[in-house]
Ligand binder design. Structure first.
Ligand code: SF4
Ligand SMILES: [Zn+2]
Ligand SMILES: [Zn+2]
Length: 302
């Protein structure tokens, strides 16, 4: 099959646009979409230091590669990367190795922060000690460390590798669970003191496009799943969206667009509350004590 734009062979069929794309036009189309999304939400502006949350999974590796291509020759934009080593046996070490490798190859300064160093316990130990779902410990402590490290190294933005599939799932999941306040917080309405603004440059890229980009550019990615990943409701929403998108291409975009259309109303109904400094660690929190300090106390960690 020929590319819809040139005479080369197509390597990808973009179902939502009905276009067949060669390697070059596929990459152009993806980068253009990422750039448009960055501009639309003013995610990266002049003279900024952008920290990439680098897990070593396919999304973060592709994100780093794309940002380097888009901003590598801009002298006023600096890219750095932060990896969090949660301490998940047999899973984190290989992905961290990939993170180190890609940062070396792209010449991106790389910081690694570990649960063990910061909390004297790996995620595996926390899971053994505590009663909560592993993803609760992981999510709370990872966000906490990412934000703290990003602030310490004077990053202006913290870029994460969320893609269209992730975003559409989260939006739908919040509707299905009637958690509209959380939905409103998916895109913060204002910058909060102490909180490095998060950006999602790939929020309009399908996961399939990210995988294809990784393969086309020979990127060292891992497709390993975390051994704790067990979120049946999200998996059901993912499967539903996959099936729906297959039958009616473009529907994941529709979910995102509908969300953007109602976002101003959501922000009006659930205005963002100003954050306090946690009484124990000083990190930003809507409460008196931040969630990380609460979990630390619960787990009896120093
Ligand atoms: S699936 Fe694994 S890496 Fe992801 S939040 Fe849960 S514990 Fe952490
Ligand atoms: Zn082409
Ligand atoms: Zn705290």
């Amino acid at each position: 099959m020929r590319c819809s734009y040139c005479s080369r062979d197509a390597i990808y069929f973009q179902r939502h646009s009905g276009k067949h794309l060669c390697r070059r036009h596929f990459t152009d189309s993806i980068l253009r979409r990422v750039k448009r999304n960055i501009r639309k939400f003013r995610m990266i502006t002049r003279d900024e230091r952008v920290a990439i949350a680098m897990s070593g999974g396919k999304d973060s590796v592709v994100l780093a590669h794309m940002l380097k291509r888009l901003y590598g020759d801009r002298r006023d934009i600096e890219l750095v990367a932060i990896s969090i080593d949660e301490g998940i046996k047999d899973y984190r070490a290989p992905t961290l190795e990939i993170a180190r490798k890609i940062c070396r190859e792209l010449d991106i300064e790389h910081y690694v922060v570990s649960f063990e160093d910061e909390f004297n316990a790996s995620l595996d130990t926390m899971v053994e000690k505590g009663e909560r779902n592993p993803c609760t410990y992981c999510g709370v402590f990872r966000k906490y460390l990412l934000n703290r490290k990003a602030r310490e190294i004077n990053a202006d933005k913290l870029a994460t590798g969320h893609n269209l599939d992730d975003e559409a799932q989260t939006i739908l999941l919040n509707f299905l669970q009637s958690d509209i306040e959380r939905l409103a917080r998916l895109v913060p309405s204002k910058v909060q003191k102490g909180l490095v603004p998060r950006i999602k440059p790939m929020r309009e890229l399908y996961e399939q496009e990210i995988v294809t980009y990784a393969i086309l550019h020979n990127l060292p990615v891992s497709f390993e799943e975390c051994p704790y990943s067990e979120t049946p409701v999200r998996a059901a929403v993912r499967d539903f969206l996959y099936d729906f998108e297959n039958r009616y291409p473009g529907r994941k975009f529709s979910v995102l667009r509908s969300f953007e259309a109602i976002l101003p109303c959501l922000h009006e109904k659930y205005p963002q509350i100003s954050l306090n400094e946690c009484k124990i660690c000083g990190e930003p929190t809507p409460r008196e004590i931040c969630q990380a300090c609460e979990l630390k106390r619960e787990l009896d960690l120093s």
